[in-house]
Design a protein around this ligand. Structure first.
Ligand code: MTE
Ligand code: MO
Length: 306
C-alpha cells in the first residue's frame, strides 16, 4: 500500500477522500482565527505523501544560462534571505458541492472550506532564479516556470504544474519556496521540506514536496496543467471537452460573482433578536477585498458590512 506511511491527521478534519488524503476543516475554524492552524488547514493530495530526508534533499533549478543549480535544504535556507508572506490558499474545487446542486460536475465534493490562511516563510523564487542565472533577456524565450513534486504515481509520474515567468520573477509576485508554515517546518501534508507558494494563484500551482524547477518556453506538460484545472462553458461535458481550447487557470476565477472576482461565504448565529454574521471574503490574484455586502432577504436588498 503506497499509503501505508501517511502522516497522522487531526480528527476534526472533514475527510473527503482517504487515499489520497483530502480534507477540509469545519468552516467555523476559518472565522475563529485569521490564520488557520496548520493541523486543520485544508489538505489536498493527489498522490501518496512522499517521505523526504532533509539531509539528502536536493532542489534542482534548470533552464537558465547558469546551467543546473542544485541546492540542499541548508543552502536554500542560508544562501537566500528568508521572507514571510501571509497568503490564502484555495483549491479550485472549493464549494464544488454547491456547484453540484446546479449541475453535476466531476471532482471531490468540497464544502466551503477548501481554503485556508497561513504565514509562509522561505526563500523568494525570484532570488533563487537570479542565482541560477536568470536575466531579463531570458524572458524573450522562456515564458513559464515549471515545478515538479517528489510525489509519484505507480508509473513514477510526478505531480507538476507551472506559472508564468512574469509572476515568478516579479518583486510584487511574492512567490516563495517555502520551508516554514506558521513559524515551524512545513508539515508532511503541506510539502515538507519545501513547497512553492504562489499568492493569489489557484492552489494547484502551489507545488508541494518540490524537487525540480524548470524555466521553459512551455507550460508544464503534467496532466494537472494540461487536462485538469481549466474552465469551460456550462454546455461543455466530459465526453466532448477539448482541454486544449482553454488556458490553464492561474489567478482563480470567482465562483460566485457578486461582485465579480470576489466571493463571500457567510453563516449565521442567531441569538434572540440579534444576529451575528460570520464568514470569509476572498479575492483572487493577490488583490484586496474592497467591500463585503450582506443580504438578509435572499439578495433583494444589501447592506455594506463594517
Ligand atoms: N503539490 C504536489 N506535489 N502534489 C499535489 O497533489 N496538490 C495541489 C497543490 N500542490 C498537490 C500539490 C492542489 S490541487 C492544491 S489545492 C494545493 O496543493 C493544496 O495544498 P495544501 O494541501 O497545503 O492545502
Ligand atoms: Mo486543488
Amino acid at each position: 500500500d503506497p499509503y501505508s506511511s501517511e502522516p497522522e491527521r487531526h480528527p476534526v478534519l472533514r475527510i473527503n477522500n482517504l487515499k489520497p488524503f483530502n480534507a477540509e476543516p469545519p468552516p467555523e475554524i476559518l472565522s475563529d482565527s485569521f490564520i488557520t492552524p496548520s493541523a486543520v488547514f485544508f489538505k489536498r493530495n493527489h498522490l501518496p505523501v512522499p517521505q523526504v530526508d532533509p539531509a539528502s534533499y536536493q532542489l534542482q533549478v534548470e533552464g537558465l544560462p547558469g546551467g543546473v543549480l542544485t541546492l540542499s535544504l541548508e543552502e536554500l535556507k542560508t544562501r537566500f534571505s528568508k521572507h514571510t508572506v501571509t497568503a490564502t490558499l484555495q483549491c479550485a474545487g472549493n464549494r464544488r458541492s454547491e456547484m453540484n446542486k446546479v449541475k453535476q460536475v466531476k471532482g471531490l465534493n468540497w464544502g466551503i472550506a477548501a481554503i485556508s490562511n497561513a504565514t509562509w516563510g522561505g526563500a523568494r523564487l525570484r532570488d533563487v532564479l537570479l542565482a541560477a542565472g536568470y536575466r531579463p533577456d531570458v524572458a524573450q524565450r522562456a515564458f513559464h516556470v515549471q515545478f515538479e513534486g517528489l510525489d509519484k504515481d505507480v508509473t513514477g509520474t510526478t505531480y507538476g504544474a507551472s506559472i508564468p515567468l512574469n509572476k515568478a520573477v516579479s518583486e510584487e509576485g511574492d512567490v516563495l519556496l517555502a520551508y516554514e508554515m506558521n513559524g515551524v517546518d512545513l508539515p508532511a501534508d503541506h510539502g515538507y521540506p519545501v513547497r512553492v507558494v504562489v499568492p493569489g494563484t489557484v492552489g494547484a500551482r502551489n507545488v508541494k514536496w518540490l524537487g525540480k524547477i524548470i524555466v521553459s518556453a512551455d507550460e508544464s506538460s503534467s496532466h494537472w496543467q494540461q487536462n485538469d484545472y481549466k474552465g469551460f462553458s456550462p454546455g461543455t461535458d466530459w465526453d466532448t471537452v477539448d482541454f486544449k481550447s482553454a488556458p490553464a487557470i492561474q489567478e482563480l476565477p470567482s465562483q460566485v460573482s457578486h461582485p465579480p472576482h470576489q466571493q463571500t461565504v457567510l453563516w449565521l448565529i442567531a441569538v434572540l433578536e440579534e444576529v451575528a454574521v460570520k464568514g470569509y471574503a476572498w479575492s483572487g490574484g493577490g488583490r484586496e477585498v474592497v467591500r463585503v455586502d450582506v443580504s438578509l432577504d435572499g439578495g433583494n436588498t444589501w447592506q455594506v458590512a463594517n
